[in-house]
Design a protein around this ligand. Structure first.
Ligand code: BES
Ligand code: ZN
Ligand code: ZN
Length: 478
């Protein structure tokens, strides 16, 4: 979808269809009140009514609606508009703040993934034109709107890039294919790219990650992408869990729980999308994105419950459940990332635990770490960007639940509660002392994938982590 902003009143713009947001309070004085009422339109939130004879699509919105509601309503409107035969659509401004939300509604809401359809149904709608005129007739400075459009488009497209990576099947998006994708991204966006194969992982003594991948026909890859501007304000390391498939391994998942586990690479995909946007926005921050791309499968050669693994930092791990594999991969990738990059902050993104969804619901990312004010910053960044985050607090008692009688630490908790936090406390074993206060872990198990549409999301990957991280990074540049 092409989105542009023009310095023209709405009435003078040529387009096939107009979208208009109407509140219940405005309904009575609308030029088409009678027609709308006849059609049963009450201006309920996201209620749509197409008056084709007037080339108008009306969408209900709350009085004093927040950005979040505008974003979601715009997504509903664009999806509906895509089903007609129109080619272009036009819109006015509904306060400058909601402009960003409306662009996101258009670009994220119009996303479709049809790569696996034998007959994809492309929409005839290809362009959305915004006027700089407000809905009430007043004007706006075009330059500021143009800057918002440029920035928001880069971030929304990076989010959609992540959704497409996540949506690909495990046989298409193998660890090797993830590495190829990273390499192409690096060439297109002028990033540095280093890939480690099995030999490289062995040289680095990354035996936790290697063990998880051992049962698979698709060998693991470690991906390191770097964006290095001159004189950066900060150096940030991002680490992503890239399980291209999680069958559970020998602790095999139940048949119904295994479906959707192609999404277990969403953290790795997110950090690739983030660094893509960072480079396109030319941010003054050095960013390193590390992905542990691995497939967790069964075979005669697979790693087992009862194995003891030695991670890169020398710590030993008792494996009691091969389905708690993400933390094993992250243990090594976190170790590698900290050895090769001295960063100001270290953030990891992982579809790590079903327990996070139990705790926070299926829409919210779990935020964990030792630094209280840093976690609060992330709640604000999430809020400002249209993502949901909630803090899950550490305590010293939960830490005892992953003690091992045999090795330094156990990969699962001895109690069935607080699983998202005990997983994060496991990762804490692989965070160096000097990075403890600089580290935040994001559990995106719930937020990264959806099987039913909500907000701007349709079926599939959501790109969780991308928008909030770019918001946080851009705040650092101010
Ligand atoms: N990838 C899963 C977590 C997950 C579950 C993500 C559902 C998205 C949706 C992870 O590797 C896993 O299997 N975790 C186990 C941990 C348990 C064995 C301690 C879980 O959550 O059940
Ligand atoms: Zn698992
Ligand atoms: Zn997993």
């Amino acid at each position: 979808m092409n989105v542009k902003i023009v310095n023209q009143p709405l009435g003078q713009i040529n387009a096939d269809l107009s979208v208009e947001f109407v509140t219940p309070a405005q309904l009575a004085t609308h030029p088409h009140t009678a027609l709308l009422k006849q059609a049963g339109f009450k201006a309920d939130l996201e209620q749509l009514c197409a008056l084709h004879e007037h080339r108008l699509l009306v969408c209900g919105i709350d009085n004093n609606a927040s950005d979040e509601l505008y974003r979601s309503a715009m997504a509903a409107a664009i999806r509906s508009a895509m089903n007609y035969g129109y080619g272009t659509l036009k819109l006015a401004q509904y306060t400058q703040k909601s402009f960003k939300a409306l662009i996101e509604g258009v670009l994220l809401g119009s996303y479709r993934f049809e790569a696996y359809k034998s007959e994809p149904k492309p929409s005839s709608l290809t362009e959305v034109i915004f006027s700089n005129e407000n809905h009430d007739g007043s004007g706006n400075a075009i330059d500021e709107l143009e800057a918002i459009l440029k920035q928001t488009t880069i971030i929304a497209k990076a989010t959609n890039f992540v959704r497409t990576l996540v949506n690909q099947t495990p046989d298409d998006m193998t660890p090797q294919q993830m590495a190829i994708t990273a390499d192409i991204l690096a060439k297109n966006n002028n990033l540095e790219c280093t890939i480690l194969d099995v030999n490289g992982l062995e040289d680095e003594k990354m035996f936790a990650m290697l063990s998880v991948g051992r049962g698979s026909a698709h060998p693991p890859r470690l991906i390191h992408l770097a964006y290095k501007p001159e004189n950066p304000k900060r150096v940030i390391t991002l680490v992503g869990k890239g399980l291209t498939y999680d069958s559970g391994g020998l602790s095999l998942k139940a048949a119904t729980s295994m479906v959707t586990m192609k999404m277990d690479k969403a953290g790795g995909c997110a950090v690739m999308g983030i660094i893509k946007a960072v480079s396109e926005l030319n941010l003054d921050i050095e960013v390193h994105a590390f992905v542990g791309a691995v497939e967790n499968m069964i075979s005669g050669n697979a790693y087992k419950p009862d194995d003891v693994l030695r991670a890169k930092n020398g710590k030993t791990i008792e494996v009691r459940n091969t389905d708690a594999e993400g933390r094993l991969v992250l243990a090594d990738v976190l170790g590698y990332a900290q050895e090769y990059v001295k960063a100001d902050y270290l953030f990891d993104y992982a579809t790590l635990t079903g327990a996070c969804m139990v705790a926070l619901g299926p829409y919210t990312t779990g935020v964990m770490g030792h630094n209280e004010s840093l976690k609060q910053e992330w709640l604000s960044a999430a809020d400002a960007s249209g993502e949901y985050c909630g803090i899950l607090p550490f305590n010293r008692h939960l830490k005892k639940l992953i003690k091992s009688d045999l090795a330094d630490v156990c990969n699962v908790s001895s109690k069935p509660y607080g699983g998202a936090i005990t997983a994060a406390l496991f990762l804490d074993n692989f965070i160096n002392e000097d990075m403890k206060e600089k580290w935040v872990h994001f559990d995106i198990a719930g937020s990264a994938y959806t099987e039913s549409a909500w907000d701007v999301h349709t079926y599939g990957g959501t790109g969780a982590g991308v928008r909030m991280t770019l918001n946080w990074l851009m705040e650092q540049c101010k």
